[in-house]
Ligand binder design. Structure first.
Ligand code: 13P
Length: 271
């Protein structure tokens, strides 16, 4: 099934699909193992940095082969595409879904550039996600406010024709200093006026109950990245501090399993 249809199905059923970033073979294996064990679909996300690290074609092929090998229903998605050119490359090479992130641009420019991506994606039947509002990226201020307005959202969706919209309702990328407080009334209002699947960025560190509630109010895609990197590296650091093993095939599996357990727990929140 195309991702846009799957997301629409999730919206009608008040469910969500988990979207996990991967950085290398080991983190990919961890998230796929979790999806397989949970019998869940999964969106595999790649940021521009991960694409640069693994190579575009290689990263795409790793994701695709992994989905086939683990027999998981899944899709390859560009996370936070920062330019129309990168989105174009991903569309042409065979991604299932792209995000164009113009959230830091003035509204008119965000609309104009998002529209270009929607136009390119249409002929390939590819899902397009855009972002409206300020969801702090790693290193950006989390005190600055820039929540998505329902009026802007409805205008943006009508003008651009995007399939999914990332909204700013109180989450931020990376870990939180304090427990995040989600603006559920705003989420509900945006969902009611846009009638398209909404996306929650900054899923790491958001309490399970908050994720469940957000899903019940219109979030259909929940993004998790930082917690994956964190648990993988923490486990690896602990293992390496404890022994001098040089056979990496013995060192990596506990870190892969730690990712897998984390993602199994996240998958339970969205189904
Ligand atoms: P976290 O890194 O906070 O989990 O956010 C992930 C994300 O939203 C990717 O787009």
């Amino acid at each position: 099934m195309h991702l846009k249809d799957k997301l629409e199905e999730a919206r009608l059923n008040k469910k969500a699909i988990l979207a996990t970033n991967f950085y290398n073979f080991e983190t990919l294996k961890g998230v796929l193992q979790a999806a397989k064990n949970s019998n869940s679909p999964l969106i595999l996300q790649l940021t521009e940095s991960s694409i640069n690290y693994m190579g575009l074609e290689n990263a795409l092929n790793m994701g695709r082969t992994g989905l086939d090998y683990f027999d998981v229903e899944g899709w390859i998605h560009l996370d936070h595409g920062g330019s129309v050119e990168l989105a174009k490359k991903c569309i042409e090479i065979g991604f299932d879904s792209v995000m164009f992130d113009g959230s830091e641009l003035p509204l008119e420019q965000n609309i104009e550039q998002t529209m270009k991506v929607v136009k390119m994606a249409k002929s390939h039947n590819i899902n397009v996600e855009a972002e409206l509002g300020y969801v702090a990226k790693l290193g950006q201020s989390t005190t600055k406010m820039g929540y998505t307005s329902p009026d802007d959202a409805v205008f943006f969706v009508k003008e651009t024709g995007v399939n999914a919209l990332a909204v700013a309702i109180g989450t931020a990328h990376g870990f939180y200093k304090e427990e995040p407080k989600l603006d559920y009334n705003r989420l509900k209002a945006i969902a009611e006026v846009t009638n398209i699947p909404l996306v929650l960025h900054g899923g790491s560190g958001v309490p399970g109950e908050a994720i469940r509630k957000a899903v019940s109010l219109g979030i259909c895609k929940v993004n998790v990245a930082t917690e994956i990197k964190n648990i993988f590296m923490k486990k690896l650091q602990q293992l390496l501090a404890e022994n001098n093993e040089i056979d990496l095939r013995k060192v990596f599996p506990p870190a892969i399993n730690a990712v897998s357990h984390l993602i199994e727990s996240k998958l339970k929140l969205v189904q």
